[in-house]
Design a protein around this ligand. Structure first.
Ligand SMILES: [Zn+2]
Ligand SMILES: [Zn+2]
Length: 130
């Protein structure tokens, strides 16, 4: 299973000209609420907070990680208001966002943009991909 998943990932990187990042970046499934489709993002490290923008519709979301709970997700509320911190919904820990957080948005690629044959939803935890 792991090998097949890596193959799909490699193919995707090649066909999107991101092969230089292959092996260096994690990818995570992100749901675009506006398109109502499954999308994917590519990040250096899933534990670094990321500001996300959907390639198709411009929907804004976040991917942040709470080391206390060991869980991540779209936890930044009212992202349109550009908050400089966020609270974990579970443990209520407050986290400061980097000052450049909104300057470097990460693109959400809708699943429909993935090359045919690279259906990869079985990867729910990038940490399992070695
Ligand atoms: Zn969208
Ligand atoms: Zn937490």
């Amino acid at each position: 299973m792991g090998n097949r998943a890596i193959g799909a990932q490699e193919k995707f990187y090649k066909e999107t000209n991101m092969n230089k990042d292959f092996g260096k970046k994690d990818f995570l499934p992100i749901w675009c609420e506006q398109c109502n489709v499954q999308g994917y993002i590519f990040v250096e490290d899933a534990e670094i907070p990321a500001f996300l923008i959907c390639k198709k519709c411009g929907y804004e979301a976040s991917q942040v990680w709470c080391p206390t709970c060991g869980m991540g997700g779209d936890f930044i509320k009212d992202i349109k208001k550009r908050p400089t911190f966020w609270y974990c919904s579970k443990c209520r820990t407050k986290y400061q966002l980097p000052s450049t957080f909104y300057d470097n948005p990460v693109t959400i690629h809708p699943e429909s943009d993935l090359p045919e044959g690279s259906h990869i939803p079985e990867i729910s935890n990038p940490k399992e991909v070695t």
